[in-house]
Design a protein around this ligand. Structure first.
Ligand SMILES: Nc1nc2c(c(=O)[nH]1)N[C@H]1C(S)=C(S)[C@@H](COP(=O)(O)O)O[C@H]1N2
Ligand SMILES: [Mo]
Length: 411
């Protein structure tokens, strides 16, 4: 935790005994203490300037502000390529000072562990490696958590913790080759410059060497043609396409190549893990039956019209959205306005490149006055469909239930 001055301390004491309780709780039960205090603004001054960054994402639905977590309503994600200002934010800790200042001086990427030659690359050195520019989907593993029944704990993401921006960077593969992987290398461990809040370990995850060597896994230093925003990982982040967002380490400054599966806090227990078999909703399978969540599954999003829009009966409504499929390819998207009785095939535009999202559109009309839902259901080339009712898991990961958008006809 960051230090703060006596004056700052006294200012906070003005909020009553809660601040003292907060400090007492810092040793243990930090999560619980934060939950109670975050909503009332009783937070260390050192974190307060993170709030200023919220202004860089106008229109974001903020789930928590310390740390900052926020998503965008589906109709705000209508662009083919998500603008940086509309890319969701999922932070486990505070935003690093370097990211706030935008100064890359002194930043290095350390590569060590099971490599022949450990590296310490400057931003210039990283940028000298062959550069790749691609549109890539990043989606939080918990996107859609709010849709699980019974409810599960964690950020209640609805559908907007997903984006497809354009990323420019070096291939992780080229950096690992430069360091020379030993034959003992099996997994990466990623570290970043962000500080955890309270007693948690610094946020760290990793991926199997095969995924790290995939030509599409990037160490990105540009987002949509500009430096990365502070909130999305400045100066450098990983982008691991198709896999849950937590693999894409922000504010990246160290990669340790390991001779075993990475075993940080965020890799073990129930963190970013799903049951190895379907479980009864609301149950808690034993830890040893939980497996690491990896690739996303077929999904779609309706970005037009906006939820709860009203249309006269018979009017043609333009329905649009995106579809993506983890490491698979989108085959088709079907749309229904009568609760799944009839389905119409949408026109599909293939993605800009592999691992970007595809776009779809069609026209529908509401037959008479009433309440309707526009449903979208995507299918991948392997024949997998989005479920209409989805299996449950204890942390609400990898949710891909069909998108149901309410619309009304008034006449
Ligand atoms: N260093 C660091 N990297 C991180 C995180 C974090 O808290 N710290 N959050 C992860 C999670 S859970 C997700 S979903 C993505 C979110 O990326 P974004 O905030 O740019 O949308 O970043 C990942 N990388
Ligand atoms: Mo995430």
């Amino acid at each position: 935790m960051k230090a703060f001055s006596r004056r700052q301390f006294l200012t906070h004491m003005g909020h009553g005994g809660a601040w003292l309780a907060f400090l007492t709780a810092c040793g243990a039960g930090m999560d619980a203490a934060l939950k109670g205090l975050v909503g009332r603004g009783l937070l260390p001054v050192a974190w307060a300037d993170d709030d200023a960054l919220l202004g860089t994402k106008p229109g974001m639905t903020v789930l928590t502000s310390q740390p900052i977590n926020g998503e965008f309503a589906p109709h705000l994600l209508d662009d083919h390529m998500t603008p940086s200002a509309r890319h969701f934010v999922r932070n486990n800790g505070s935003v690093p000072a370097r990211a706030k200042s935008g100064d890359p001086q002194g930043w290095k990427l350390i590569v060590e562990g099971e490599v022949a030659t450990p590296l310490a690359l400057s931003l210039d050195e990283l940028q000298q490696l062959p550069s790749v520019t691609q549109q890539l989907v990043i989606e939080c593993g918990g996107n859609g958590r709010a849709l699980f029944e019974p409810q599960v704990r964690g950020n209640q993401w609805t559908r907007g913790a997903v984006a497809c921006s354009q990323w420019t960077g070096a291939r992780l593969r080229d950096v690992l080759k430069k360091a020379g992987l030993k034959s003992s290398a099996v997994y990466t461990a990623h570290y970043g410059e962000d500080q955890p809040l309270g007693a948690a370990q610094p946020f760290s995850r990793g991926i199997p060497i095969e995924k790290a060597m995939d030509e599409h896994t990037l160490i990105a230093y540009q987002m949509n043609g500009a430096a990365l925003p502070a909130l999305n990982g400045y100066p450098v982040r990983l982008v691991v396409p198709g896999w849950i967002g937590s693999c894409s380490q922000k504010w990246l400054n160290r990669i340790v190549v390991r001779d075993q599966v990475h075993d940080s806090q965020k890799m073990t227990g129930y963190s970013y893990r799903v049951p190895a078999y379907p479980v009864e909703p609301g149950s808690r399978p034993p830890k040893e039956d939980m497996v690491i969540a990896t690739a996303w599954r077929i999904k779609s999003l309706i970005t037009a019209p906006q939820a709860n829009a009203q249309f006269p009966a018979g009017q043609s409504i333009s329905v649009r959205g995106h579809a993506w499929a983890g490491e698979e390819t989108v085959k088709e998207v079907l749309v229904s306005v009568d609760f799944g009785i009839h389905w119409e095939k949408a026109r599909l535009t293939q993605p800009a490149n592999a691992d970007a999202w595809a776009h779809w559109e069609c026209e529908v009309a509401l037959p008479r006055k009433g309440y309707y839902e526009i449903w979208a259901r995507a299918f991948d080339e392997k024949g997998n469909a989005q479920p209409v009712r989805q299996p449950w898991n204890p942390k609400g990961y990898l949710g891909n239930v069909i998108h149901r958008l309410p619309v009304l006809s008034t006449t």
